[in-house]
Ligand binder design. Structure first.
Ligand SMILES: NCc1[nH]cc(CCC(=O)O)c1CC(=O)O
Ligand SMILES: [Mg+2]
Length: 335
């Protein structure tokens, strides 16, 4: 009797999960996550000069470009279906100080870049990094006093920087500094100055990560003393990321960000489940460098690694992904 009963169970309960993996057609029909060029934000590094295109040593295949070459690049990106760029500039050494004032120079490299890009490709959604590190003689994201990165004075500087980007025509500012209260302060200043259409993408859960190394090399912005652990988050923490994201949402962020990407996919999901604004993820320079290096050695297939990485980030909960692989990925996705 018992054996008969088991036979019966087997007949009706045998699970054939492989049916949905049998061929490419059914696999694409049941795919839960679909990556498209619309998901990408392309970080761009901008330099002074003309016809400049300098490969970044720690980011092979990625360049710092002058405004003219940046515009050519932006046109290409738009034609690939990419809708957003995130601007970083390399500030000349002689313009760096401890106030960050070059950051709100209306004729500064950033301000000129915003105008030139919006002028050349008005549909391209332009975001800008807001933090003092490229402008700081100490390479810190804020103003330094007695060896400390002071919060409230830095927020005042970030507010000036954001308003200045808005005056130049930016669509969305992206504060990456991790000071407290800066989202509310920036939102208020944008309102006061009638920039009611300018968005804020808050780097809300930004961890003190060794994976930023190649980026700091690209902008020559490594901290001159100490580290960033008094403002960027401890990578041991998870709950704190949710608190940071909820705080920024409450302060008026339109998008919240988790950064880095790959080692923090648990945080991405946690934040995604907690907030009601889109979540972006920054697939950062160190993550780029690792794939590039392994591919160069012939140890992994670069294109496959790119698609798997970006799809995993989206699956974890990212609505947008800032990534140095955007152009390559769009090329692969467009076939
Ligand atoms: N506030 C600066 C900033 N904005 C983006 C990155 C890192 C991006 C990357 O590594 O790709 C950093 C570096 C840092 O915080 O030291
Ligand atoms: Mg915060």
């Amino acid at each position: 009797m018992a054996t008969l009963w088991f036979k019966f169970l087997e007949m009706f309960l045998q699970r054939r999960n492989r049916i949905l993996r049998a061929n490419a057609s059914i696999r694409s029909l049941v795919a839960e996550t679909v990556l498209t060029p619309n998901d990408f934000i392309v970080p761009l590094f901008i330099d002074e000069g003309e016809n400049v295109k300098t490969e970044i040593v720690s980011m092979p295949g990625y360049y710092r470009m002058s405004i003219d070459n940046t515009i050519k690049e932006v046109k290409e990106l738009y034609n690939l279906g990419i809708k957003s760029v995130l601007l970083f500039v390399k500030c000349k050494d002689e313009l760096k100080d401890n106030t960050g004032k070059e950051a709100w120079n209306k004729d500064g490299l950033m301000q000129r870049s915003i105008k030139a890009i919006k002028n050349a490709v008005p549909e391209m959604y332009v975001m800008t990094d807001v933090a003092l590190d490229p402008y700081s003689e100490y390479g810190h994201d804020g103003i330094v006093k007695d060896g400390e990165i002071v919060n409230d004075e830095t927020v005042e500087a970030l507010v000036k920087m954001s308003v200045s980007h808005a005056e130049a025509g930016v669509d969305m500012v992206a504060p990456s500094d991790m000071m407290d209260g800066r989202i509310a302060a920036i939102r208020e200043a944008l309102e006061e100055n009638n920039f009611t259409k300018v968005g804020i993408m808050a780097y809300s859960a930004k961890y003190a990560s060794c994976f930023y190394g190649p980026f700091r090399n690209a902008l020559d912005s490594a901290p001159g003393f100490g580290d960033k652990k008094t403002y960027q988050m401890n990578y041991a923490n998870r709950i704190e990321a949710v608190k940071e994201a909820l705080t920024d949402e409450e302060e008026g962020a339109d998008i919240v960000m988790v950064k880095p990407g790959l080692p923090y996919l648990d945080i991405v999901r946690e934040v995604k489940n907690a907030v009601q604004v889109p979540v972006s993820v920054y697939n950062i320079s160190g993550e780029y460098a690792m794939i590039k290096a392994a591919a160069k050695m012939g140890w992994i297939d670069e294109n496959k690694a790119i698609l798997e990485t970006l799809t995993s980030i989206k699956r974890a909960g990212a609505d947008l992904i800032a990534t140095y692989f955007a152009k390559d990925a769009a090329g692969i996705l467009n076939g």
